[in-house]
Ligand binder design. Structure first.
Ligand code: CDP
Ligand code: MG
Length: 167
């Protein structure tokens, strides 16, 4: 079944120079990459992305982590992959959430660690199911950021919008 999934290379992945390696591993899936961008994650985006974790004791640490405050790297790389069985293919490649339990050949098993505070620094985020993938892709990307039509769109006319343009 054709699916889309959000992949985020977290700040530890960028700090450890794993971007190329992770993209190579992802290309082995033969899925199609339909969008990619480097993002400075706002607190608002972080909290919305991880809203299902808000009652966890490590929530604030998790927000700091995805915002890059634990790694002096305030950026992540967000991508959308598309193709047959995309969600499971990418999650298998990523490995289990806990990097110590993850198969050592997976991305998290190879490169993840558990911090002294007990947070799983696991290098990548990948969507866990179709509703979450849709929620996350729509949160992280605008329709025009993506080269194919993944979900229905509509046109709205905005007036009095101030935006930054090239001088
Ligand atoms: O990322 P994944 O979907 O595998 O796991 P999650 O349950 O949605 O948790 C989101 C993130 O919270 C994980 O990727 C970890 O970085 C972190 N986490 C943690 O530090 N300790 C846990 N016991 C569970 C999750
Ligand atoms: Mg998850």
């Amino acid at each position: 079944m054709e699916q889309k999934t959000l992949v985020v290379i977290k700040p530890d992945g960028l700090k450890k120079s794993l971007t190329g390696n992770i993209l190579t591993r992802l290309s082995e899936t033969k899925l199609e990459i339909v969008s990619a961008k480097i993002i400075r994650v706002s607190r608002e985006l972080a909290v919305e992305h991880y809203k299902h974790m808000k009652d966890k004791p490590f929530f604030e640490e998790l927000i700091k982590y995805i915002q890059g405050e634990l790694h002096e790297r305030r950026k992540v790389m967000a991508m959308v992959y598309w193709g047959d069985d995309a969600i499971n293919k990418v999650r298998k490649l990523a490995g289990s959430t806990n990097p110590e339990e993850a198969d050592p050949t997976t991305i998290r098993g190879s490169y993840g660690r558990i911090t002294t505070k007990g947070l799983y620094e696991n290098v990548v985020h990948t969507s866990s199911n179709e509703p979450e993938a849709e929620r996350e892709i729509k949160l992280w990307f605008e329709p025009d950021d993506i080269i194919v039509d993944l979900y229905p769109t509509k046109f709205v006319t905005l007036t009095n919008i101030t935006k930054r343009v090239w001088e």
